[in-house]
Design a protein around this ligand. Structure first.
Ligand SMILES: [Zn+2]
Length: 429
C-alpha cells in the first residue's frame, strides 16, 4: 500500500531548509513514512521521480473559492463601484449549485498550481465542503458572517456559522476543518465579533477576518470608534492566536506590534491588493520584526484573477522589493516559508514540510523545463520562475490526486461544462 516516489529531489523545508537529491519518499496512509536512499518497501503506486522536485504543499490562507465564477467580471473598476454595481447584486442570486461548481473549478486550479490546502469563507459553504471532499484537497472553511449592527441578522448568521462548524469540522477523513468568519470590523458589530470569538474557543477552531484592506475602512473606523481597525479589535479583546487577519495593508507600526503581541496570524494577499488598487502595502519587514506568522493568500478570483500561489509568492516578494527600494526584502526562502510551513502552522496542521511523520501533502515539479534550468538556485527558481504547467503530480493526505497532469478524483470535463452553464446564467440574468 502507499506511494513510493523513487530518485526524486526534495525541497524539504525542514528546520535546516535542506534540499535532498536522488532520494526516495515513502507515503503510508496519510503520512510521510520514510525518506532516504534505496527505500525497498512495496507500495501500491510507484512514481519515477527522476528530474522532478518534490515541493511541500502550498497553503493559501485567504480565498473565496467559488468566486471563480466572477473571474473577469469586475476588472479595472474602482472597488466601491465594482462591488456594489456588479458583484453584490449577483451574489444575492447565488444558489447552491453555483457555489458547488465555482468551488470545484477553484479547487482544480489550486491543485494544478501546487496548493494542497486553502482557508476559505463565503456562502453555501456546505457546497464548498462537498467539492473539497470529492476532489481530495484539504481546506479550512467558514461561513462568512455579516450583521451590519442588526441583532436579528446576527442571531441568524451565528446559527448558520455554528451549524456549519458542528456539521463539517473534521469531515472528509479530517481534510476539512472549520472556523468562524465574521467578515470585517466594519460589517460586523462588536457583539458578533465577540460571540464569534467565544464560539471559536468553545469549538476549539480558528477565526478568519478581513482587516484594514482599504484606507476608507481606516477612516470610517477612526470616525466610528476613534480607533484604527487593529486598535479597535485589540481594545475589544478579539485578537489572538486563533485569528487569521487577511490583508492588513493599511496598518501602523503600533498596530503591527499589537498583532505580534497577541500572536495573530496575517494573510498577505499582494495580488488582490494591487488588483483593487488598495494602495497600502502590507508592512512585511515590520511584521517579521514583530515575529508575526505571515502567510500568503490569493483572495477570490474576482480580485486576483487566479488562485495561483506560485504567482502570489513572486508578486508578493516583488511588491516588497519595489516598495522598499531594496532587493533584499522578502527573499525567495522567506516567500517559500510563508507559503508552506507558516501556512501550515497558522492552520494548526502537521504539514508544510517534507519530513518523516508529517502529513503527505506535496507536489512534484518537472525540473527539466525551459523556465527552470539551470539549477543555480532551486528556491529562487520555484519562487521567481516556476508556473503551474511545471507541476505534474499532486499528493494530498497521502493520496495521489493528480498524476501526469490528470486529476484522478473527478471528471474535469464535467466541471468545465457545468461551470460555463451556471456562470453564463448567473452573469446574464
Ligand atoms: Zn477576502
Amino acid at each position: 500500500m502507499g506511494i513510493l516516489i523513487k530518485n526524486v529531489s526534495i525541497l524539504t523545508q525542514n528546520s535546516r531548509r535542506e534540499i535532498l537529491r536522488d532520494v526516495d519518499i515513502l507515503t503510508e496512509g496519510n503520512r510521510i513514512e520514510k525518506i532516504g536512499k534505496n527505500v525497498r518497501e512495496r507500495a501500491e503506486f510507484k512514481i519515477d521521480g527522476r528530474g522532478k522536485l518534490a515541493v511541500p504543499g502550498l497553503v493559501n490562507t485567504h480565498s473565496h473559492v467559488a468566486m471563480t465564477l466572477f473571474r473577469g467580471y469586475a476588472d479595472d473598476m474602482r472597488f466601491w463601484e465594482a462591488w456594489p454595481e456588479r458583484i453584490w447584486p449577483k451574489e444575492k442570486k447565488l444558489k447552491a449549485e453555483h457555489v458547488y461548481w465555482g468551488a470545484m473549478l477553484g479547487c482544480m486550479e489550486m491543485i494544478r498550481s501546487g496548493t494542497t490546502c486553502f482557508m476559505d469563507n463565503y456562502f453555501f459553504m456546505e457546497e464548498v465542503a462537498k467539492a473539497v471532499k470529492e476532489i481530495g484537497i484539504r481546506a479550512n472553511l467558514a461561513y462568512g458572517m455579516i450583521d451590519l449592527d442588526d441583532a436579528g441578522k446576527r442571531k441568524k448568521e451565528l446559527e448558520i456559522g455554528e451549524g456549519f462548524v458542528k456539521d463539517f469540522n473534521g469531515k472528509a477523513d479530517g481534510r476539512i476543518t472549520c472556523s468562524f468568519s465574521p467578515h470585517a470590523p466594519y460589517t460586523c458589530s462588536r457583539e458578533l465579533l465577540l460571540k464569534s470569538k467565544e464560539l471559536a474557543e468553545k469549538h476549539d477552531v480558528l477565526l478568519q477576518i478581513h482587516v484594514s484592506e482599504t484606507r476608507k475602512e481606516v477612516f470610517d473606523s477612526l470616525k466610528k470608534f476613534g480607533k484604527r481597525p487593529v486598535e479597535y479589535l485589540d481594545s475589544i479583546g478579539f485578537l489572538g492566536r486563533r485569528v487569521m487577519a487577511a490583508h492588513c495593508v493599511w496598518i501602523t507600526k503600533r498596530e503591527v506590534r499589537m498583532l505580534g503581541e497577541k500572536g495573530t496570524r496575517v494573510s498577505y494577499n499582494p495580488v488582490s491588493n494591487m488588483m483593487l488598487a488598495s494602495g497600502g502595502v502590507a508592512p512585511i519587514p515590520q511584521m517579521l520584526e514583530s515575529k508575526i506568522c505571515i502567510t500568503f493568500g490569493t483572495d477570490g478570483a474576482v480580485s486576483n484573477n487566479s488562485l495561483n500561489m506560485l504567482e502570489t509568492m513572486k508578486v508578493g516578494a516583488l511588491l516588497q522589493k519595489a516598495h522598499h527600494w531594496d532587493a533584499r526584502v522578502l527573499n525567495a526562502q522567506q516567500a517559500v516559508d510563508f507559503a508552506t510551513c507558516n501556512g501550515a502552522a497558522a492552520l494548526c496542521m502537521n504539514s508544510g514540510s517534507i519530513v518523516e511523520g508529517k502529513l503527505s501533502d506535496m507536489s512534484l515539479m518537472e525540473l527539466k523545463s525551459p523556465n527552470l534550468l539551470p539549477e543555480n538556485n532551486l528556491v529562487s527558481n520555484l519562487v521567481y520562475s516556476s508556473n503551474p504547467s511545471n507541476i505534474s503530480d499532486m499528493i494530498i493526505d497521502g493520496k495521489l490526486v493528480m498524476e501526469n497532469r490528470k486529476i484522478l478524483t473527478i471528471d474535469e470535463e464535467k466541471v468545465f461544462e457545468n461551470v460555463e452553464k451556471v456562470a453564463e446564467k448567473l452573469t446574464r440574468d
